[in-house]
Design a protein around this ligand. Sequence first.
Ligand code: MLT
Length: 410
Amino acid sequence: MAYLNENYLKLQAGYLFPEVARRVREFCEANPEAAKRLIRCGIGDVTEPLPRAAVEAMKRAVEELGHPESFRGYGPEQGYEFLRSTIAQHDYRDHNIEIAEDEIFVSDGSKCDCGYILDIFGDQNKVAVPDPVYPVYVDTNVMAGHTGHGRKDGSYEGILYLPCTAENNFVPDPPKVHVDLVYLCFPNNPTGAVASRAELSRWVEYAREHEALLLFDAAYQAYISDPEIPHSIFEVPGARDCAIEFRSFSKNGGFTGVRCGFTVMPKSLLAQTENGRRLPLHPLWQRRWSTKSNSVSYPVQRGAEALYSPEGRKQVRSLIDHYMGNAKLLRDAAADAGLETFGGINAPYIWVKMPGGLTSWQMFDRMLRQLNVVITPGAGFGAQGEDHFRISAFNSRENAEEVAHRLKTL
Ligand code: MLT
């Protein structure tokens, strides 16, 4: 009989969002009337239609594939040059960040990249994650066998958890001990916190001193409105030697269903072999892509490219403004209901302190039953999340207004 990957057996619960969906489904089956009023502010999934610029570009690309003279088969495994050069120019070089086209790897999303990246790292790395945290970082390390067993509070042996609390504005300080890989996400999912240039500089300093690598998830960078807050870890001098950045078109271009994102892997990044040879990671990442993938489809890459066109940028801006308008409504309503709120200013998530005496799953149930609103319980993001819940601003304006109204009755 074949052997299975026993690391999967260490995973303590179903992945957070399917688990939320399962509980919501059960509630709706048992309460069909309440189900009609249900509003979902749980998973951060976009609700508004794709920007027209992307729709038109994808339609044109599909049409091209339907004619012999413009048909294309397999694309480059790293992504088409037209998209990589657009990204390098608009997201980086226009902001005085030196990133080359061949340091961009186009993929089917940053969630996926956060998991794929472990293919090129050894098992010996000491890994640090913020707590609370986007569960993908932890669960993929469990699956890869980089952790010990799970503990009662949902954490895993072998991972260093960096508490993010109101006291540190949900931005952890670098640890006093050595780690090899650190996951950072700003604007943060789930807390909506952002990191200042000084805070990111401390992380880059730590990484350089410890020869650690920062795995920087910038999936929500488009939501930053404060001009002082960096959008990229590469805005910090020295980050080219210690950071990998993940970005996504999901939350700016509404591509959660279309699927497209990218990784920035500087050619200057080094990691070591067991016997101490220092080698660049870029060729390994390239090898990984050319062996395991053919990137994402041509029409999708044309759609992503169109998000950078003048019309595309305007349409993206109006999507972000729409979701941030919701964020303000929801944040204000939660505050009016007497709840302490964080985030929701440079990020589409509002992190809400729990009223005393309930666990975050109990709060989830209460919101579901009393308000018929789905939120995400903080415990799903880690032990430090237990006394908070997250409200997602990804919704129609009508739904956000209705949730704001219901919150006031809480
Ligand atoms: C979330 O709700 O945390 C996100 O939608 C998850 C994701 O982007 O994968």
